[in-house]
Design a protein around this ligand. Structure first.
Ligand code: UGA
Length: 446
């Protein structure tokens, strides 16, 4: 199929490349010239395992192009919207300006031919009610443009695999049965290889499909905050939240995933999605239904304060002039994404309390330097921890988990490790002479 993807950030670029990978002819359209020229050369503008290979392969095979010229939308049968919906400055709601601009561009440049309509498929995470509003814009254009909502569930760090082998595909279709069937047939054709592999398909109306996405992210955020709340209880009772999570996770109704207590969730999705969801519920007059998400957000942010407290407490209460080494700054491993990163937030707070904060991260060095955060960015772990009074593991990159505590100890001033992700073996570190402090994880015999 001749497909376009408008918006070539994380979501759009990966979606474009994966659609080309399964055999379609794809054009990625974005307004950012620097990003487009990198992508057009087959170079990934962000760190995502497996993405550079797919990108290069499809660009070389000439099934994938990137452009800033929206005129290339004219011969497309299916146009995905993959632009961002970030949090509005100073407010909880989502900023819809990029989605609205994408729709305006599509209306101007898409060119349905003869009997064949063009299907516009939204992938961005949007407030419920957006699809209905945008469908009206497409209808008013007088062109034969249909709309479906087709939310995306990929995780950064697993983006290619999640796109090629998703847990499920969701279509939000127009209420009118005949129009809906046309839209469905176009999406079925696009995803034929993925559907043929047995991927579950859920077909719903517009609002359901929009809600599915924010409901999923709200559930995941709630699960993380639930276990972090249990970590708070463990802290005052001497319990170990990792054991607790292990034990409750064996119950299949609960499940073991997303029960990793620590410094909490961040990134470009979970935090802003739960806030936008609360804002939308308020507009709809049902804010009471989502009041619990306020608590989810509050628990999450409290973990950052607790990590700062642990650092402060470990140096006797005053961080001024003390050296703190922070291992990992991105919001999670296997990405260079710093959006709403709990690790970066904690590093900044330590710095504002007068600590000398040295940071090391496998993927974010250049971006951290460019941002001039005031943090001392180092290239290696040894360099970051040299003379440190406290070492904090804040993002559990593989290479940090494999560190040898005995070797590391010879570089630091005081062997204190704060494990912000409960990702290390406390006994291993203690046996090597370190003071180990986890998040809701006292070091117990059992
Ligand atoms: C999240 C969802 O998992 C995806 O399904 C969704 O498509 C995506 O948002 C999106 O809306 O686009 P992502 O932001 O890549 O994906 O990150 P997650 O893997 O969900 O992790 C989010 C945060 O939670 C990270 O900071 C991670 O460290 C933290 N986390 C995760 C925990 O603190 N504990 C856990 O047990 C799991």
């Amino acid at each position: 199929m001749r497909i376009a993807v408008v918006g070539c950030g994380y979501l759009g670029a990966v979606h474009a490349a994966c659609m080309a990978e399964i055999g379609h002819d794809v054009v990625g359209v974005d307004v950012d010239e620097a990003k487009v020229s990198l992508l057009a050369r087959g170079e990934a503008p962000f760190h995502e395992p497996g993405f550079p290979e797919v990108l290069r392969r499809c660009v070389e095979a000439e099934r994938l192009r990137f452009t800033t010229d929206p005129a290339l939308l004219a011969d497309r049968e299916l146009i995905f919207i993959g632009v961002g919906t970030p949090q509005l400055a100073g407010r909880l709601g989502a900023d819809m300006r990029y989605v609205d601009a994408a729709v305006r561009t599509i209306v101007e440049h898409a060119a349905p031919a003869g009997e064949r309509p063009v299907l516009v498929a939204g992938k961005s995470t949007v407030p419920v009610g957006t699809a209905e509003r945008l469908a009206a814009v497409l209808t008013a254009s007088g062109k034969d443009l249909l709309l479906a909502w087709n939310p995306e569930f990929l995780r950064e760090g697993h983006a290619v695999n999640d796109t090629l082998h998703p847990d499920r595909i969701v279509y939000g279709l127009p209420e009118d049965r005949a129009t809906g069937e046309v839209a469905k047939a176009i999406l079925d054709n696009c995803y034929a290889t993925i559907l043929d592999a047995g991927t579950p398909l859920v077909v719903a109306n517009y609002p359901t499909s929009e809600l599915v996405k924010v409901a999923a992210n709200s559930f995941l955020a709630t699960k993380i905050s639930f276990i972090n709340a249990m970590a708070e209880l463990c802290e005052v009772t001497g319990g170990d939240v990792t054991r607790l999570a292990e034990a409750i996770g064996f119950d299949e109704r609960i499940g073991a995933q997303f029960l990793q207590a620590g410094i909490g969730f961040g990134g470009g999705c979970l935090p802003k999605d739960i806030r936008a969801f609360m804002a939308r519920a308020g507009e709809l007059g049902v804010d009471g239904a989502l009041t619990f998400l306020r608590e989810v957000d509050a628990i999450n942010l409290r973990r950052r304060s607790h990590a700062v407290f642990l650092a402060e407490d470990s140096v006797g209460g005053n961080l001024a002039g003390r050296t703190v080494a922070v291992l990992g700054v991105t919001f999670k491993p296997d990405t260079d994404d710093l959006r709403d990163s709990p690790a970066l937030d904690i590093a900044r707070r330590l710095s504002s309390r007068g600590a000398v904060v040295r940071v090391v991260d496998p993927a974010a060095t250049a971006e951290l330097r460019r941002r001039q955060t005031g943090l001392d960015v180092r290239e290696s772990v040894e360099d970051a921890v040299a003379g440190a009074d406290v070492v904090m593991l804040l993002t559990p990159w593989r290479q940090f988990l494999d560190l040898d505590p005995a070797t590391l100890k010879s570089h630091v001033n005081h062997p204190v490790i704060i494990d912000g992700r409960n990702a290390l073996d406390p006994h291993l570190w203690q046996d090597a002479g370190w003071t180990y402090r986890g998040m809701g994880r006292g070091v117990a015999t059992w």
